[in-house]
Design a protein around this ligand. Structure first.
Ligand code: PHE
Length: 342
């Protein structure tokens, strides 16, 4: 019996050393130490031993049991450690590999154009000021010389709100009044960039939201010559020193006289093409001398002070400069479009 016990122990240990998986280890445990395993089997035979032999066999069987349990635990631990080492080796990081490139952001073409405009006017002494996008009828129209029901209001299709007299500004011109009221009677040289809103059918040339850059200069001796010099200089810095410019008479309720500034067509150089509709000229902004009523509304005495103002659409400027044929591209968020202006 003892021989059988020792033979079983030897066999069990030998087999255990060959097992590599948790599953095989479990099967081994069942086969040798389980309720119907080899050791239990041998213990059943204890009845056949003489009373003197029993204690020694019992003791030895216990030792074998403990030894096998211990061997089992050791083997299980070894397997676990080996698995962990394998995993570590597999997951090793190759620190010599190049990193994943992070796509850097870039400025939107409208922002870039705005900043170019700021730079040009900053060099001429203009400060950048912001004004609210949600405005009142008073600032957007009335103080700009357009009383209620004035027909000129039709030039600006307006988003009204559910609050009586509150609207989304249709142009940046209300900012003129805000700056004047804040600074009168000091001289002023500011540009006012920001979003404007118009209740319009969206087409290749019209968006319901777009940027404008307003300009305002007020002083004691400003004349139309200052307006023309300032804006001609701007146009040539923006579109190239060879550009021809012309001022065309126009109408705005808040300027008198009023004008529009054209540059000779950047595409055909004035010969006439599809872009300039065969006129040879491209309109880039509206402007004029600040109307005396507007001066008064801003707190300035028109007998002592004069000023000029202008308003331009940076998207339109960018369209002319880069040959973009549809204003909707600016706000469609299509990277294929935007990435061309990195
Ligand atoms: N506010 C005018 C517009 O939106 C542009 C403008 C600004 C004209 C300032 C003259 C002076 O059309």
């Amino acid at each position: 019996m003892l021989d059988q016990l020792h033979e079983m122990e030897g066999r069990a240990l030998a087999e255990l050393a060959g097992h590599k998986t948790e599953q095989a280890l479990e099967q081994w445990h069942v086969a040798f130490l389980g309720r119907k395993g080899a050791l239990t089997e041998l213990l059943r035979g204890i009845g056949r031993l003489s009373a003197e032999e029993r204690p020694a066999f019992g003791q030895e069987a216990n030792r074998v049991k403990t030894a096998l349990e211990k061997a089992y635990e050791d083997r299980a631990l070894t397997l676990k450690q080996e698995a962990a080492l394998h995993q570590l080796a597999r997951e090793q990081v190759d620190v010599t590999l190049p990193g994943r490139p992070i796509a850097p952001g870039f400025l939107h073409v409208s922002t870039r154009t705005l900043r170019e405009i700021y730079d040009i006017f900053a060099a001429m002494g203009f400060q950048v000021v912001e004004a609210p996008e949600v405005e009142t009828d008073i600032y957007n129209f009335q103080l700009l010389n357009m009383p209620p029901h004035h027909p000129a209001r039709d030039m600006w299709n307006t988003f009204h709100t559910t609050h009586e007299g509150v609207l989304l500004r249709t142009h940046t011109s209300p900012g003129q009044i805000r700056v004047m009221l804040e600074h009168c009677p000091e001289p002023i040289r500011v540009i006012l960039p920001g979003k404007c809103y118009r209740y319009e059918q969206v087409t290749a040339r019209h968006e319901f939201m777009f940027y404008q850059v307003e300009g305002l200069a007020i002083g004691e001796h400003l004349t139309m010559a200052d307006l023309k010099g300032t804006l001609a200089s701007f146009a040539r810095q923006m579109f190239g020193p060879e550009r021809k410019v012309r001022f065309r008479a126009s109408y705005f309720p808040f300027t008198e006289p009023s004008a529009e500034l054209d540059i000779d067509c950047v595409l055909c150089g004035g010969k006439g093409c599809r872009v300039c509709k065969n006129s040879g000229w491209l309109e880039i902004l509206g402007c004029g001398m600040v109307h005396p009523n507007v001066m008064r509304n801003g707190g300035y005495d028109p007998a002592c002070y004069t000023g000029f103002a202008f308003g331009m659409g940076p998207e339109r400027i960018a369209m002319l400069k880069y040959g973009i044929d549809d204003i909707r591209h600016f706000f469609a968020n299509d990277l294929r479009f935007l990435q061309q202006f990195v």
